[in-house]
Design a protein. Structure first.
Length: 338
C-alpha cells in the first residue's frame, strides 16, 4: 500500500472519487437500515404474534441500555486508538478532543436509571418515592446495578483528571458487571455465558468506539488531513478490526446457540421477539462487515488511501444501529430452552 501523499494536481480526481463513493454508501445504508425497522420501532412489533409478554417499561430499559453501551464504546475506543497512535511514524501531536468525560457521565445517568428500575422490582418507578435504594443491596441484580453506577462515576472522574488512561479500570468493572447481570445464577453454566459476554462487549466497544475516534482523528484535525499518517492509522485499525470481527462473530454465535439450541434456531428467529431482533442484528452486522471490507479495499488500492473514510463513516452509522438493536435485545424475553 502506498502511503505517500498524492500529487496536488490530482486533488480534483480524488474529490470526485470520494463523491462517487457516496452513492453506493447511501444504498448500503438504506438496505441495512430496513433490517433495523422492527427493533427501532420498539418492542411491540417484535413481540407481535409471538404470544410473549413484554416486561413493563421494556422500551425505556432498551433506551437506557443503548445509552450505556454507547457510553462504554466511546472511551474504550479513544483509549484504543490513542494506543495505536504510538505506532504511527511521524504522527502529528494534535488529536481530537476527548469525549470520554461526557460519555462516562451519560453512562452514569443511564446506569442510575437502570438501578432505579431494579430498585422498584424491575418496574418503571412512578416517582422518587417509589425507589427503594436499600433494596439494591439485598439482591444480586441490585448490587451489580450499583457497581455499574459507581464504576461509570469513577470513569468520568478519571477521564477528567490528568491521567485519563486510568479510566480503563472502572470501565473494565462495567464490562464485568454487565456480563454477570446478563447471566444470572439460575442459568445453565452462567460463568461461560458471562465470559462470552465480556469478550463480546470488549470487542464491540473497541470496534465501534475505535472507528469513531480514528475517523475523528483523520477527518477533523487539520494536521492529519492529507497526511500519510492518517492512512497508516486507518491501516493499523483495519488490521485489528479484522480480528475483532472474527471474535465478535464467534462469541455471538456461541451466545445465541446457548439460548437457542441448533435444532430450534430457524423457528425461533421468526417466532420469538428475541429471535427477530437477533436476526435484524445479524443482517446489520453483515452490512457492517461489507462496509468494513469496502473500506479496507479502498485503503489498500485507491490512489488516495484516505478515501476509505467514506465507507468507514457509513460503517459508523450502521454500528450505531447495531448498538440500538443490542440495547433492545437485552430488554426482550430470552427464549431459553434447557
Amino acid at each position: 500500500m502506498t502511503l505517500t501523499n498524492p500529487a496536488s494536481g490530482t486533488t480534483g480526481a480524488h474529490g470526485n472519487a470520494r463523491r462517487s463513493g457516496a452513492g453506493p454508501a447511501a444504498a448500503v445504508l438504506v438496505l441495512v437500515a430496513l433490517a433495523g425497522l422492527i427493533p427501532l420501532l420498539g418492542p411491540s412489533p417484535a413481540l407481535h404474534g409471538t404470544g410473549e409478554a413484554a416486561a413493563p417499561g421494556t422500551g425505556g430499559v432498551a433506551l437506557l441500555r443503548t445509552v450505556l453501551f454507547a457510553a462504554l464504546a466511546v472511551p474504550v475506543g479513544e483509549l484504543f486508538v490513542r494506543r495505536l497512535l504510538r505506532s504511527v511514524p511521524d504522527a502529528p501531536p494534535a488529536v481530537p478532543r476527548a469525549w470520554s468525560t461526557v460519555a462516562n457521565s451519560a453512562g452514569f445517568a443511564a446506569a442510575l436509571g437502570l438501578a432505579c428500575v431494579v430498585a422498584t422490582g424491575n418496574l418503571v418507578p412512578d416517582g422518587l418515592a417509589a425507589v427503594d435504594v436499600g433494596s439494591l443491596y439485598a439482591s444480586r441484580d441490585g448490587r451489580l446495578a450499583l457497581l455499574e453506577v459507581n464504576a461509570f462515576l469513577a470513569a468520568a472522574l478519571c477521564a477528567a483528571s490528568r491521567r485519563p488512561d486510568t479510566q480503563v479500570w472502572p470501565l473494565a468493572v462495567v464490562v464485568v458487571a454487565e456480563a454477570l447481570r446478563a447471566h444470572p445464577g439460575t442459568e445453565h453454566t452462567p460463568l461461560i455465558g458471562s465470559g462470552l459476554t465480556v469478550v463480546h462487549l470488549v470487542c464491540a466497544s473497541l470496534w465501534a468506539g475505535g472507528l469513531l475516534y480514528a475517523l475523528r482523528t483523520v477527518r477533523t484535525v487539520r494536521a492529519w488531513r492529507g497526511s500519510p499518517a492518517g492512512a497508516v492509522l486507518l491501516g493499523l485499525y483495519a488490521r485489528v478490526a479484522a480480528v475483532l470481527l472474527v471474535v465478535l462473530t464467534a462469541t455471538g454465535v456461541c451466545s445465541s446457540l446457548r439460548r437457542m439450541p441448533p435444532e430450534s434456531v430457524l423457528e425461533q428467529l421468526t417466532d420469538t421477539a428475541y429471535g427477530r431482533v437477533l436476526l435484524a442484528k445479524v443482517i446489520l452486522m453483515a452490512g457492517v462487515a461489507a462496509l468494513a471490507l469496502w473500506a479496507r479495499i479502498r485503503l489498500a488500492r485507491a490512489s488516495d488511501p484516505l478515501s476509505a473514510a467514506g465507507p468507514a463513516r457509513a460503517e459508523v452509522y450502521v454500528l450505531a444501529l447495531v448498538v440500538a438493536v443490542s440495547g433492545l435485545l437485552t430488554a426482550l424475553p430470552v427464549p431459553i430452552r434447557w
